[in-house]
Design a binder for this molecule. Structure first.
Ligand code: COI
Length: 349
């Protein structure tokens, strides 16, 4: 791999104790090109703007997908990724759906390993600190023919991260007009356009005082799906409930890890449909104890309440939060502080 190191590291200008998600990028980036039917020219360069033709299909047809993962440093300065094999698998599942050529495993992992070794100082120790890693691929071929491209770029960039929401109350609005995804669509893929399509309804929800939307099924707007940047869990009495994944719900890696951790702790957990009526009636009877979201960026995020048809339903419980317990267990695995689930820990060497 060709490696060009920066002569002007920006790290000394960064206030690592005060980071807004996704604003500052580490010193280097990984780039690889697809051309003539193969991925080649793997290289690491100083992070910088890139030259792309204005006719590249990505700008016109949105042929692009991405992943999100986090690198952690343990107390001995060893760097760990959490289940990157799952991100790799999903990267290619998303690519396939968008007619993007799949990335060979070796290129994906070599890129990650080399980049994280070079930018290792950007990963700070301590629970809560991480380097968010963003692999992505886009159609770079200069053509506005509305078909899949013949040339692509695969890149990895990294942004130091603390929490996605800093000390905020989180309220989510149950959406009944707009849809995130439909049967047979691309909801299960991390297609860039899935996120763009959420901005407008989310903007409306934000103006009403919510941080995110709870998406419901596009047919009846009755079954709860996900929140766009996170999967959702509801605790009713002593049982956690999360919607089963489908072609309209992202198969979240944090989601599936939380399910396994909960099972290992003998917490009742059900993967099944949950309707808005069930939520409202559980709230009414006092049995809705918790709502939380899971995702790479948010990790495990307690939700303070939800809005539905102009009414607000706040979650109040004096019990110890199951989400707190699950988050601690998850963090211990991510920061390699435990041998539990050690097969999920991937060491950067
Ligand atoms: C992630 O958690 O990695 C996501 O994909 C959410 C992102 C859009 C902030």
């Amino acid at each position: 791999m060709n490696i060009t190191l920066t002569k002007n590291s920006r790290i000394s200008n960064v206030d690592f104790s005060n980071l807004q998600f996704g604003q500052i990028f580490s010193d280097h980036m990984f780039v690889c090109d697809y051309f003539d039917g193969e991925w080649s020219n793997e290289r690491i360069l100083p992070y910088s703007d890139i030259k792309v033709s204005p006719s590249s299909r990505v700008f016109h047809y949105g042929q692009a997908i991405f992943e999100g993962m986090k690198a952690y440093k343990d107390d001995k300065d060893v760097i760990w990724l959490f289940r990157p094999d799952e991100n790799f698998k999903r990267f290619n599942i998303s690519s396939k759906r968008l007619a993007i050529p799949e990335i060979p495993e070796k290129i994906f992992f070599n890129g990650l390993n080399e980049l994280l070794k070079i930018d290792r100082d950007w990963i700070k120790k301590g629970v809560g600190n991480s380097l968010y890693v963003r692999p992505f691929v886009f159609a770079s071929e200069p053509s506005i023919n509305a078909t899949e491209a013949n040339a692509y770029k695969f890149m990895i960039i990294c942004t130091p991260a603390k929490s996605y929401y800093e000390n905020q109350e989180i309220w989510v609005k149950i959406e009944e007009k707009f849809s995130r995804a439909a049967k047979g669509g691309v909801g299960y893929a991390k297609a860039s356009g899935n996120y763009a399509a959420q901005f407008y309804p989310t903007q409306i929800a934000k103006n009403e005082g919510f941080q995110q939307i709870i998406w419901t099924d596009s047919n009846n707007h009755n079954r709860v799906e996900e929140a766009g940047t996170m999967n959702l869990f509801f605790k009713i009495n002593d049982t956690l409930i999360t919607s089963p994944t489908s072609d309209s719900i992202l198969d979240g890696i944090t989601r599936k890890s939380i399910i396994e951790i909960a099972k290992s702790l003998k917490i009742n957990i059900e993967e099944r449909d949950i309707t808005v009526e069930e939520l409202i009636s559980a709230h009414k009877s006092g049995s809705l104890k918790e709502i939380f979201g899971t995702g790479t960026a948010v990790t495990v995020l307690p939700i303070n309440g939800f809005g539905y048809r102009g009414n607000r339903f706040s979650i109040i419980s004096n019990e110890e939060k199951t989400s707190d317990l699950l988050k601690i267990k998850l963090n211990n695995i991510q920061y390699a502080r435990t041998k539990d689930f050690s097969h999920w820990q991937y060491k950067i060497t």
